[in-house]
Design a protein around this ligand. Structure first.
Ligand SMILES: Nc1nc2c(c(=O)[nH]1)N[C@H]1C(S)=C(S)[C@@H](COP(=O)(O)O)O[C@H]1N2
Ligand SMILES: [Mo]
Length: 324
């Protein structure tokens, strides 16, 4: 079993499956897969099987990282969402994302890298092992959750795609398909689709940057960005782009969706920062969900959402009021 040393942000890891149970489960799963394919080539079986809607994921290979805080209940994580492709209401994604087909899924990799191409999702994931990461998610709208994600470190995938020395940024794009995404049909939509995001290369390589394919141990629900999304816990939630269909390596900084809509309100960096207010509201506090209307569960917002030890170095010498 692969034992990883626990980083400092992993405050607790409760149930890590004992090795013998893990091995038995793997053997069982291998048997099923090999049987179904009519072949017995266990050596070639993938570590990371592609996520299947509603199905559990095998992620016991790594310890469970955690914030130590109470997790937001599953029902809130899947009912209170931002996914403007399906409407701007918090309950629209849960109501309407079911119409998005996520299998088969492919991701185009292009730009400044040695391994460009159109990857079937399973091929993109195959060499990697799934891990669980319990992260805080802080939306720029001043609410937050604690979510147990399952996925792979973004850095591992990026390395495999072999960015060239010219690759200074990584750009991501969400699916654009108005037939499946009713929010893209609206003529009143302020977003110029597809939804776009980006990271500086050193941000993408940070140990916290995560490509999630699941939450609460199962394949990602569609409203949460199935089948593959970014999770960047030290940045406002809008950087964590959902349902990714393109990863591009670029020399120049991409213009991201919210930056294009309102550059004075939403910057490229979007690091969680209680010292820099949104022009229209304070960022000093957040409502930790679930939070009652009558007794809102307000807590103090932490700089870099509490992940300063891991990420503050990325922004050394930068004026965070200017680079918000
Ligand atoms: N493609 C796409 N990705 C997106 C969004 C969106 O509207 N479209 N909303 C973002 C915002 S504002 C937040 S807070 C998070 C919410 O993730 P969740 O619904 O899984 O909690 O997704 C982000 N990713
Ligand atoms: Mo958000």
């Amino acid at each position: 079993m692969l034992i990883k040393s626990r980083p400092s942000w992993a405050l607790s890891h409760r149930h890590v499956t004992p090795e013998h149970i893990y091995l038995n489960r793997r053997r069982f799963m291998s048997g099923v897969a090999a049987g179904a394919a009519g072949l017995a080539m266990p050596g070639l079986l993938s570590a990371a099987a592609a996520p299947v809607q509603g199905e559990p994921l095998d992620f016991t290979r790594a310890p469970q990282f955690s914030t130590g805080e109470e997790k937001t209940p599953f029902k809130d994580v899947i009912r209170y969402n931002n996914f403007y492709e399906f409407g701007t209401g918090k309950d629209d994604p849960a109501k309407y994302a079911e119409s998005m087909s996520v299998d088969p899924w492919s991701v185009i990799v292009d730009g400044e890298c040695g391994k460009p191409g159109t990857y079937a999702l399973e091929d993109l994931l195959r060499p990697h092992d799934y891990e669980e990461r319990v992260y805080r998610l802080r939306c720029v709208e001043a609410w937050s959750m604690v979510i147990p994600w399952v996925g792979v470190p973004l850095a591992d995938v990026v390395k495999r795609l072999e960015p060239t020395s010219k690759a200074k940024y990584v750009y991501f794009e969400t699916l654009e398909d108005p037939e499946q995404m009713r929010g893209q049909q609206s003529i009143f939509s302020t977003i110029d689709w597809p939804y776009r995001e980006g990271l500086r290369m050193d941000e993408a390589m940070n140990e916290l940057a995560f490509l999630a394919v699941g939450l609460y141990g199962k394949a990602l629900p569609k409203q949460n960005g199935a089948p593959i999304r970014l999770v960047l816990p030290w940045k406002y939630g809008f950087k964590s782009i959902k349902s990714i269909v393109r990863i591009r390596f670029q020399e120049t900084r991409p213009k991201t969706t919210w930056e294009r809509i309102a550059p004075s309100e939403y910057g490229f960096y979007a690091n969680v920062n209680p010292e820099v207010d949104h022009p229209r509201w304070s960022q000093k506090r957040e409502r930790r969900l679930p939070s009652g209307l009558l007794s809102p569960n307000w807590i103090e917002t932490e700089k870099f959402n509490g992940y300063g030890e891991q990420v503050a170095g990325l922004y050394k010498g930068m004026d965070l009021r200017k680079f918000y």
